[in-house]
Structure formats: structure tokens, C-alpha cells
Design a binder for this molecule. Structure first.
Ligand code: AMP
Ligand code: MG
Length: 430
């Protein structure tokens, strides 16, 4: 079959991101119907994405809670200072109901501890620091307003309220909240399978001894790490040759996953055959390049019959999204973060997230050609207002040793040819 002519679609970084985000939104709209779910123990839930809302099983707090160690008082009793009140009891955190005084009248108080229930009558708690007790009496030297140092019952959430929404990626705070309402297991979305297909006649498996002109496959391993971190399950395919038939067979295999990531074979070289193979398979291309560096030849599209249903739960999609990521190792890492990650996050069931930038002062001037948005490996040092950033010395986007020394990227807009030392530079963390 002869390939239909390929029309290059080269977008600005912003347009390429917009296209990716639009497709991610389409995936998300279908997620409740399409994605498989599974239960997970709370201790293993970090980083997973909630497939069910989590509700408050009772009012939070379930009783008016003292936030201080001190004395529960009627605030009106403290209009004259110092005030002396009768201490009629003590309430510690977790106190049994029958040991809590049923009424605390005017002129009376109870000693109370942080986290203990405030009894009926008092409307505030005076911190112990402003009191001195002797025998059954306490002298108080500081007034309190009504409600001070008490969290009313249900003020944080009402019974039945939704505390965590479906689509939330679980972090320690969400896990604490789930624990507080007794959810020892949560229903999360199953990890999508992401096929990783690296291409190139020069690439050998890492267990093999490379010949003098061969190199080991590192991209499949960096991608597997990035896929895992985003919540996917990497499936490494054999290295594809720079030859159409073999390449096509492996692409077809990869398209049966939830997402296909290819690396290499998307540049202008005579043996860069990924786009041709996909176009012979009637793929739709959203873009075949972005005005960025590294990563300019990045390809995004969708193709084929879609991922097979798993476990009889998930519904097959009509087609599978794919990325052709440039083969240079730094380009592969950067283009995954910028373009593949949002699609994978959508397939993981997560609600959309934005890229986060921070700013740091540039240590040394940067001079660069205009026309491309750059994401250059850099080292961020210092903290807060003392943060500083500088480029790592590198030999270009094939330099894995340089990217391993870096801890961030300096982002340079396409119209800047010089950023002076001391200027604020935009930094994307990795
Ligand atoms: P390509 O995009 O196929 O032109 O490859 C660009 C550069 O990246 C070449 O120097 C390749 O040898 C290198 N490369 C391609 N795939 C890999 C890989 N899986 N691991 C490490 N380097 C690679
Ligand atoms: Mg190649």
C-alpha cells in the first residue's frame, strides 16, 4: 500500500498544549463509562485516582471540639477581670459521655483539654496560660469572645457531605480525610496500560552487549518511570526496526493498549518511518511537530480499533491515542511531560491539571536563537527568595548524563534571545 502524502502540522507550544488538553477533556467526559475500577487498601492508595466520591459518615467534628487546653466558660462571665469561677469538673479528650457534666451554669467552669467535647452551657474556652487554679476555684485574667477556641459540631463538614470528589489524585491529605471517615479501602481507577515502543536499528536491549556503533535502549526505561509516576502501567514492546513491515506489526500490537508511546523515528531522516507507518494505517494526526526545543518533531494522533476491554469491566474505546516522541533521550523526557502526560492523566481518571512554573534568578546569562520555546535542563539551588537557577553544561538533547545532573528545566519563550544574569527565569520542575 502506498502512503498518502503527509502534510506536516507544526504548532506553537501553546497550540499543541491546547490540542492535547482538548483531547484529554474528551477522554475525561467518557471516563465514568469507560474506565475500569478496583478497590485499593488505604495504605496503598497514594497517587491513585478516586473512582468514587468519599462522604462524611457523621458530622465533623462530631461534637463541639475544644482547640485548646484550658477552661470552658460562658464568655459573659468574664466581663469583669480577673474573674473567679467554680471548677465543677474536668473533661479530657475521649471522655465518656456519662462523665461530662450535663450543665455548666453561670459562674461555673470545667477544665478541658485539646480535642475534648465542650459541654452544654459554655460558649468559649480560655487558654490555660491565662488562668491559675487553686483548689476548686480558678482565676481568669483574659476575656474570650463567644465561640473562641471551639470548633462547633459539623463546622468542618456535615454528615453526608462529599469530602473528596471522583477524579482526585490521592495525596496524604486526601488519605487522612478518607481515614477520618473510616474508609480503609477506596475504589480507584485501574491503571491504564501504556505500550512503549522504541524504534531504531542501532538500539539494543540493555541486557545485550552493544556493538561498536550500537547504543542501549534507555528511552523505554525513562518512559516507564514517567508512566508509573503518572499512574499508568508500562508495557515494553520489543525494539522496532527501521523498516516498515516490522515497525507496523509492533505499532499494531501497541495500539491494543490504552495508549501507545513510541520513541525515535519521527525526525526528517531517511529511516524515520513512524509517521509513514501510521499514516498507512489511516491514523489521524493532531500535530506532527511543535515549535519547541528539545522535542520539535513530536507527533500526536489517534488510530485503530482501540484498547481491548479488560476484565469484562472497561469498555473498549473506538481508537487509541499515540505519541511519536523524538528519540533523543532528553527530547523523549520533555515531550512526555509536556504532551503525553495530560492524555495519560485523563486515562488514569484524573481531573485536568496545569503545568506549574516557579521563578528563580538566573545565575549566568543565556543567549539563544529565537523561534522555539526552550525547555533546557538546569540546576535549581537555594530556597525561597534565594532560589537561583543555571543551565547544566550539555552536549544537546542526546546527553543523558546532563539531564541526570539537572533537577529542573529553564523555560525560555520563543522571542527571547538573551536573558541576563540576575533576571527572573521561569522554571519547570521535574
Ligand atoms: P531518532 O529520533 O530516531 O532520529 O533518534 C534520535 C537520537 O536518539 C539518535 O541518536 C538515536 O540513537 C537516539 N535514540 C533513539 N532511541 C533511543 C532509545 N530508545 N534510547 C536511547 N537513545 C535513543
Ligand atoms: Mg531512529
Amino acid at each position: 500500500m502506498s502512503a498518502p502524502p503527509l502534510k506536516p502540522i507544526v504548532l506553537t507550544f501553546e497550540d499543541a498544549r491546547r490540542v492535547v488538553q482538548e483531547q484529554a477533556a474528551l477522554i475525561q467526559a467518557d471516563n465514568v463509562q469507560t474506565l475500569a475500577t478496583e478497590p485499593v487498601d488505604l495504605l496503598a492508595a497514594e497517587g491513585r485516582v478516586l473512582a468514587e466520591p468519599v462522604q462524611a459518615d457523621r458530622d465533623i467534628p462530631p461534637f463541639p471540639r475544644s482547640t485548646r487546653d484550658g477552661y470552658a466558660v460562658r464568655s459573659a462571665d468574664l466581663s469583669q477581670l480577673p474573674a473567679t469561677l467554680d471548677v465543677i469538673g474536668e473533661i479530657k479528650a475521649g471522655e465518656k459521655l456519662d462523665r461530662i457534666p450535663s450543665a455548666v451554669g453561670s459562674g461555673q467552669t470545667v477544665a478541658i483539654m485539646t480535642g475534648a467535647p465542650v459541654p452544654t452551657g459554655p460558649d468559649a474556652v480560655v487558654m490555660v496560660e491565662y488562668t491559675s487554679q487553686s483548689g476548686k476555684q480558678v482565676e481568669i485574667t483574659r476575656a474570650v469572645g463567644p465561640g473562641e477556641n471551639i470548633v462547633p459540631r459539623g463546622a468542618e463538614a456535615r454528615e453526608g457531605a462529599i469530602l473528596l470528589e471522583r477524579g482526585l489524585r490521592l495525596n496524604e491529605a486526601a488519605i487522612a480525610l478518607a481515614a477520618s471517615v473510616g474508609k480503609s479501602r477506596l475504589r480507584v481507577y485501574a491503571r491504564p496500560r501504556v505500550a512503549v515502543l522504541t524504534t531504531g536499528d542501532e538500539i539494543v536491549d540493555i541486557d545485550a552487549t552493544p556493538g561498536p556503533t550500537q547504543i542501549r535502549n534507555s528511552n523505554s526505561y525513562s518512559l516507564a518511570a514517567q508512566i508509573r509516576r503518572a499512574g499508568g502501567e508500562p508495557v515494553l514492546l520489543p525494539v522496532a526496526p527501521d523498516e516498515l513491515q516490522g515497525l507496523r506489526r509492533l505499532i499494531e500490537e501497541g495500539l491494543s493498549s490504552d495508549l501507545l508511546l513510541m520513541t525515535g523515528g519521527v525526525s526528517m531522516g531517511r529511516y524515520d518511518l513512524v509517521e509513514q507507518a501510521l499514516s498507512e494505517m489511516n491514523a489521524d494526526f493532531f500535530f506532527t511537530g511543535a515549535k519547541i526545543q528539545p522535542g520539535r518533531p513530536v507527533v500526536f494522533g489517534k488510530c485503530g480499533a482501540g484498547a481491548a476491554a479488560r476484565d469484562g469491566v472497561s469498555t473498549p474505546r473506538a481508537s487509541t491515542y499515540f505519541f511519536g516522541l523524538p528519540g533523543n533521550p532528553v527530547s523523549t523526557m520533555v515531550t512526555f511531560e509536556l504532551f503525553a502526560r495530560p492524555i495519560l492523566e485523563a486515562l488514569v481518571g484524573e481531573s485536568p491539571r496545569k503545568l506549574i512554573f516557579l521563578h528563580a534568578r538566573l545565575k549566568k546569562e543565556i543567549r539563544i536563537k529565537t523561534g522555539l520555546k526552550r525547555f533546557l535542563p538546569a540546576i535549581l539551588s537555594g530556597e525561597f527568595e534565594h532560589s537561583e537557577v543555571e543551565l547544566v553544561a550539555w552536549q544537546g538533547s542526546g546527553d543523558i548524563a546532563a539531564i541526570a545532573r539537572a533537577n529542573c528545566y529553564i523555560v525560555i519563550p520563543p522571542d527571547r534571545e538573551c536573558i541576563a544574569a540576575g533576571e527572573w527565569a521561569a522554571v519547570m520542575m521535574r
